[in-house]
Design a protein. Sequence first.
Length: 109
Amino acid sequence: MAYRVDTATEIDDLLAPAGSKTGSVHCANCIHCKLVPSPAEGEGSYYLRVRCDAGKWRKKLGEEKIYKYFTVARRSIASCDHYEDMGDSGDFLRDLRTTLPDRDELYSK
Ligand code: SF4
């Protein structure tokens, strides 16, 4: 996936290995972070959403939580026992932040 760096802390996080002292796990760089279409009103139209296929994103009552694609760069946690990185987190997240849409966009097939 892709993204934008706004603060020095975020830059430090991007450059630090996952799970290190200053780093955190960025879900976008995890193999379990999946991009899925979500049907919208209008035939053939859809939005893009992201979900954790390891089932780690949950609402308080246990229901699965799904996020809008353009927010995926913000999905980070201190650590995750299911995290499987997909390569160089720093380069990947920098590229992702530059290519992510800045709002929830409607797509058509
Ligand atoms: S398995 Fe963990 S790190 Fe991977 S997407 Fe799910 S919550 Fe994020």
